[in-house]
Write a protein that binds this ligand. Structure first.
Ligand SMILES: [Zn+2]
Ligand SMILES: [Zn+2]
Length: 185
């Protein structure tokens, strides 16, 4: 049982491989890059020129193969959800699927500059955040924790790409539960 990574549409593969390496370090699961899904035309809203994030989650669900417990879709498509005009990602706890988009994490979107590699740092934080939701973890009130709720790019830049001790404990508990139920790393 692994965490499956799906790309949706064209994705920078160097960014993706680096992301997966860092995720493997931080989560106690093996990651497997599964397959590429073409950008789903049914998820595209022509008026907004954006893709509906829950529909991308569905697309990942339909691409499942093999022994995958949780999934992460990575995309460069611009996303929105039912309640928000733009989102950096979304997660569905029932389906155990998260998606994250780096479209609006790119530094050229913002007037201010931060860090040496803002795009990668933001993508890592957002992927960790959404994947943790898919695994069952909730928002955290520690503002340095990656599970702190962040609605703006500034909030994302302010927090770290690490779990606080409480969230780390919860993640370990879930991973050991999964292991005792047949998960083999
Ligand atoms: Zn969240
Ligand atoms: Zn936390």
């Amino acid at each position: 049982m692994k965490i499956g990574v799906f790309t949706i549409g064209d994705v920078d593969l160097r960014l993706l491989y680096r992301l997966v390496c860092c995720l493997e370090e931080r989560f106690l699961y093996k990651f497997l890059i599964e397959s590429n899904c073409p950008a789903p035309t049914s998820a595209f809203n022509a008026a907004k020129k954006q893709y509906f994030a829950p529909a991308l989650i569905n697309k990942v669900k339909l691409s499942f193969r093999g022994d995958v417990k949780y999934s992460l879709g990575v995309t460069r498509l611009d996303l929105y959800s039912s309640s928000l005009n733009t989102v950096y990602g979304d997660a569905n706890l029932n389906e155990k699927i998260a998606v994250t988009s780096y479209y609006r994490l790119r530094p050229e979107f913002y007037a201010y500059q931060t860090g040496e590699n803002p795009l990668f740092d933001r993508l890592l934080k957002e992927a960790m955040h959404q994947l943790s939701h898919a695994i069952g973890l909730k928002h955290c009130y520690n503002r340095h924790c990656v599970l702190y709720y962040s609605s703006t790019i500034y909030d994302i830049d302010q927090k770290s790409s690490l779990f606080c001790l409480d969230c780390e404990k919860k993640l370990k508990k879930t991973a050991s539960y999964d292991r005792s139920n047949g998960y083999r790393p």
